[in-house]
Ligand binder design. Structure first.
Ligand code: C2E
Ligand code: MG
Ligand code: MG
Ligand code: MG
Length: 283
């Protein structure tokens, strides 16, 4: 009897392992299918001036519209794509689609906004990012000054020497570089002052807690001072309340992004946030 029980246990264990393996294989196949079946879409979230609330840019955020599961967030897609080596391909699609969208809005007569695109470490180190970006800018016709690439602080710090080389080449194309999730990635200040970057994005965890927590409030103030000293632009992520916005304004944070203004939305829904380009007077 005891023997049967042990056997049952082992069988259960094996079944579990098999399920895991099957889940993995399915997950991989799904990511490939998502690409092939055009199930990936970009949502866009406005970035705005704290003082005027004028929208100056948007961040492109990846979504997977799964036939059965609805909208799948990037945390459930990107790590798998990274693991199976598909992230450069997905990232390439994101870059091209985002640049095309910016040009499409231009053609509809909206005042030009900047397009921010997230770039993962694997893309940064894939060896062909600079050429890909150059090609995408050329074929879509988006001026380089209208594109910003966001790289997480933690990603950047994984290999500072190589990252710096790639960033310098990207900067030479005339685009902008932002450090995403700033404050969570242990940058050394000496690196930070030498990296060819334009903007810091204050991580949303500090913004979420700053109104109630003195420590987080001081971190936000410290990042704002740091940006000032390093002559970098700065934007607060994850701004959800008027109270947070007021604090940012009082402390000289020029730009913000978050649910307070808008959640990330499908492209068609974004136009309401843009100014129309002034038309030359007729006659
Ligand atoms: P991230 O680049 O820091 O993007 C900000 C995340 O915060 C987004 O989550 C956005 O939807 C969310 N968010 C914006 N405002 C608020 C707010 O007021 N409150 C709260 N609680 N959340 C807010 P999302 O879209 O799920 O993306 C998560 C992360 O996935 C991104 O963080 C980025 O690191 C990564 N990601 C998304 N799209 C791409 C992509 O195309 N390529 C790469 N490499 N990574 C991407
Ligand atoms: Mg980002
Ligand atoms: Mg972020
Ligand atoms: Mg994040």
């Amino acid at each position: 009897r005891a023997k049967t029980q042990r056997g049952g246990g082992a069988q259960f264990y094996n079944t579990q392992m098999t399920d895991e393996a099957i889940n993995r294989i399915e997950a991989e196949a799904n990511v490939r299918q998502a690409l092939r079946r055009n199930e990936l879409v970009l949502f866009f979230q406005p970035q705005f001036e704290v003082g005027s609330r004028r929208v100056t840019g948007v961040e492109a955020l990846l979504r997977w519209v799964h036939p059965g599961r609805g909208i799948v967030p990037p945390v459930q897609l990107i790590p798998i794509a990274e693991e199976i080596g598909l992230m450069p391909l997905v990232g390439d699609w994101v870059l091209e689609t985002a640049c095309k969208q910016a040009v499409a809005w231009d053609k509809l007569g909206y005042a030009p906004i900047r397009m921010s695109v997230n770039v993962s470490v694997s893309q940064l180190h894939a060896g062909n990012l600079v050429d890909r970006v150059k090609w995408i800018l050329k074929t879509t016709g988006l001026p380089p000054s209208r594109l910003e690439l966001e790289i997480t602080e933690s990603g950047l710090m994984q290999n500072v020497a190589e990252s710096t080389l790639v960033l310098e080449q990207l900067k030479a194309l005339g685009l902008f570089i932002a450090i995403d999730d700033f404050g969570t990635g242990y940058s050394s200040l000496s690196y930070l002052s030498r990296l060819p970057i334009d903007r810091l994005k204050i991580d949303q965890s500090f913004i979420a807690r700053m109104v109630s927590d003195k420590h987080d409030r001081e971190i936000v103030q410290a990042v704002l001072s740091l940006a000032h000293v390093l002559e970098l632009d700065v934007i607060a992520e994850g701004v959800e309340t008027e109270e947070q916005l007021s604090f940012l304004k009082a402390n000289g944070c020029p730009q913000a992004q978050g649910y307070l203004m808008s959640r990330p939305l499908a492209a068609e829904k974004l136009a309401a946030f843009f100014d129309k380009r002034p038309q030359p007077l007729e006659g």
